[in-house]
Design a protein around this ligand. Sequence first.
Ligand SMILES: Nc1nc2c(ncn2[C@@H]2O[C@H](COP(=O)(O)OP(=O)(O)OP(=O)(O)O)[C@@H](O)[C@H]2O)c(=O)[nH]1
Ligand SMILES: [Mg+2]
Length: 362
Amino acid sequence: MAIPQWRSIPTVLYPQEILDKAFRKASKQSDLVEDPDKYHRVRKQMVRMIQSASDTIDSTLRNWVDKWPSLNALSEFDRALIDAAVGNDDYRKSLGAIQWAAERVRKISGESESKILRLRNIESFHEARRHAYGRISSIVHQISPQILWLGEAREILRKLPSVDSDEPVIVVAGSPNVGKSALIGALSSGEPEVAAYPFTTKQLHLGHFLHRRRSYQMVDTPGLLDRPMEERNLIEMQAIAALENIGDILVVLIDASESGGSQLDEQYNLLDEIRSLVTERPILVVYSKSDLLKEIPEDAQHLISTINGEGIEELRDIIIQIIGADRINNPLILPENWHIEENSLEPLGTKYEIEKRREMDN
Ligand SMILES: Nc1nc2c(ncn2[C@@H]2O[C@H](COP(=O)(O)OP(=O)(O)OP(=O)(O)O)[C@@H](O)[C@H]2O)c(=O)[nH]1
Ligand SMILES: [Mg+2]
């Protein structure tokens, strides 16, 4: 599956900038026309101007359409992510409109050229050129909303992470303000923003750590509120896209100190919902901010603190073991004291087991 390289998507010009660029270039082209006979010279100049302007616009617009990945060629995760970030319908429609405009402009150029060849006086050549420019401008202005959309979408998409599905992926999720970003910062190269208010993280971020030459990707997600899916905002939907579509393991953080602002029962509701959404991958429930806990919740198997470092390296070890990426011979051996969510490995098992089973099914 192609990984979209959002950063290499070309700048999107404003509609008027495209026209200015095209017409400026066209005037220069017309200056290059040489013919001692004015009648023939003007005719050639007008044809040259229309061709040049339409070539510039056509190639600019088509270059955009070509450089933006086709949604059908992307993974489900990338599609879900784009949907949450900018909307897949708008994505398709905007690129479609731009493609349409490129074709229209090319057609106008062809029509105007044949028309000029039938005309018989200098003033009518000029008039035909002005008419063609008018039609071309109106096409470009007609797709103004789509061009502006593309420019804004580019800014958003450029900040999306490119997740490499060939390397292990760890998704960290939970309620707002529970310490997800702080954990990513403690375990990986990622330097996400950590702050004492909810929705600090507004889109997915990636951190990496190396272990036995494999690059583990940690995905930091925006916080999720305990509320119905249809009430969730687009920031939360990016987290949903990540946890529904990617990850060899999902780490759900519970802040039992409730210092982040979410009550424990709300966090458990969210956990239940996440369990119903993520049925094919292991879920590891980890209690954060252990330094603040006066009493340890009885079902807390894994405790961490990014303040005093408790449980952090142990958590890395268990994540690596569950993913089993480097121990495919026996992925289920875990260090003592570590306990995998019972329902998390059932019925499908680890990624290795799932793959193995798939191979046997085929
Ligand atoms: N005492 C204590 N505070 C922590 C710990 N981890 C994070 N915090 C604090 O909790 C607050 C939220 O941390 P973040 O890492 O930004 O939380 P988040 O879950 O990424 O928050 P959102 O991105 O807003 O969903 C910050 O003020 C952190 O300093 C911890 O282990 N102990
Ligand atoms: Mg965060």
